[in-house]
Design a protein around this ligand. Structure first.
Ligand SMILES: Nc1ncnc2c1ncn2[C@@H]1O[C@H](COP(=O)(O)OP(=O)(O)OP(=O)(O)O)[C@@H](O)[C@H]1O
Ligand SMILES: [Mg+2]
Length: 420
């Protein structure tokens, strides 16, 4: 029976196995070591995963698209269901379906059954709610067992990232003593502070502590979507009350939920579309409400969120970016400038850095003593984040990792030790 490490991420997932004692991260779609945590359910009953799922959806194929389901762990919504091909399916079963896909990929690569897994987990699935957090891990363990794993254990994602360095030849890591591991993903920001083992050995790091906060790349997508895209769709607009005696703000939650990856499937319920048609008759700018109705009718919510993500990624390199919404209305477009984007995400970035500082405070270490920051996860590419960490840790070298496979590598290495 073989072992594996699974990094089930909010945005991307990876699975690793051992081959001749070495960690092997299994190529998923297109040979990539990480693949979008996405599924597409075709009307004929077939399910597509990863990039194939994203492509089918963006090409406008008929079917249901799901992404960012990890964010539902620890929340009641996970036990609810959604209609797929006229059948009610629970969200927890949808996650199970995805885990089985990863398990099967591991088994094909290993050539044997893979039944033991170390699953990565954020330090907090849910912030400030120990009960919900425990429930999230329990639920994930149950889902993994139902998917066919008999031995299921967990490791904090940043701890796994630290273990990925076991035989790191990186000279900067070699020279460092006190290291802050920073894993900035799609859903959460997670940190571990570690001291290298005796003789500066990365194979036996002493983990001094871990902390995290539920802020990630999807929250930055949300800000881009709500602050720059949604005003075109009626967000922030006004409407008359039913008796046309008062002017009221249009409820904001429609736009906010539509901009939240894991809430998008709920927005397609017929009741919501009926309410918005009612709002349209009262709205001061009905043309804009027509656009949100079009987005819901055509199930374009993930497309819009994907465009927000793409704009965010473009702004990691460019000073401004243009997004065209021809799929909503001919010629509809918006330009977002880097400066405006950075202003809108600043509170989130400050909270991420503050969570790392809280970790140091708990341990009783000083920021000045951190020699190196090992950064991993897609969101660590945001320039503003790199600047703020460099400022908060003035004596640390900022070392960027293989951004998408580090956690999985570490989890697999941990699996090798735990299931030895
Ligand atoms: N160049 C870039 N600039 C900014 N963000 C980026 C860039 N490339 C990828 N991202 C973001 O990185 C995030 C995905 O990172 P990653 O794959 O590490 O997350 P994850 O492991 O799925 O999430 P989590 O660990 O929080 O569950 C997404 O939000 C994606 O938009
Ligand atoms: Mg991750």
């Amino acid at each position: 029976m073989a072992i594996c490490g699974i990094d089930f991420g909010t945005s991307n997932s990876s699975v690793g196995i051992l081959r001749q004692g070495q960690v092997f991260v299994v190529p998923l779609d297109n040979g990539s070591t990480s693949s979008p945590s996405a599924m597409f359910f075709r009307p004929d009953g077939a399910t597509l995963f990863g990039t194939a799922a994203v492509d089918a959806y963006t090409q406008g194929e008929a079917g249901r698209f799901m992404r960012a389901l990890k964010s539902m762990l620890g929340h009641k919504a996970l036990a609810t269901s959604t209609l797929i091909n006229r059948k009610r399916v629970r969200f927890s079963d949808i996650i199970g379906h995805y885990l089985r896909y990863l398990k099967q990929a591991a088994e094909e690569a290993a050539g044997e059954a893979v039944t033991s897994v170390v699953l990565g987990r954020p330090v907090f699935y849910v912030d400030n709610d120990a009960e919900a957090d425990r429930l999230a891990e329990d639920t994930m363990a149950t889902i993994a067992r139902q998917a066919g794993f008999t031995d299921v254990t967990f490791a904090y994602e940043p701890v796994a990232a630290a273990h990925a360095h076991a035989d790191s030849g990186d000279s900067d890591v070699k020279d460092a003593d006190l290291i802050l591991v920073v894993d900035l993903g799609g859903g959460t920001a997670d940190f571990s502070l570690l001291r290298k083992g005796a003789g500066g050995d990365m194979r036996q790091p002493e983990i001094l502590g871990s902390d995290g906060v539920h802020i990630g790349g999807t929250d930055l997508d949300y800000r881009v979507n709500v602050d720059f895209f949604m005003p075109l769709m009626g967000y922030g607009g006004s409407m008359n009350d039913t008796f046309r005696t008062k002017v009221l703000p249009i409820p904001q939650w429609y736009f906010q939920d539509l901009a939240t990856w894991q809430r998008i499937p709920f927005m397609y319920e017929p009741k919501i579309r009926t309410e918005l048609r009612e709002i349209r008759t009262l709205a001061q700018e009905p043309d804009k409400i027509d656009r949100i109705i079009e987005i819901l009718d055509e199930r374009l919510g993930h497309r819009l969120a994907g465009d927000a993500e793409a704009a965010k990624i473009a702004l990691s390199h460019a000073q401004s970016t243009r997004t065209v919404f021809d799929y909503v209305e001919d010629g509809l477009a918006v330009d977002v400038a880097r400066a405006d984007y950075e202003a809108t995400i600043d509170p989130q970035i400050t909270r991420i850095v503050a969570a790392s500082q809280r970790l140091l405070a708990t341990i009783g270490e000083k920021a000045e003593r951190v020699d190196a920051i090992l950064m991993t996860g897609g969101t660590s590419q945001v320039p503003q984040i790199q600047r703020q960490f460099a400022k908060a840790y003035p004596n640390a070298d900022l070392l960027m990792e293989d951004l998408f496979a580090t956690v999985c590598t570490g989890l697999t290495r941990l699996a090798a030790t735990r299931f030895a």
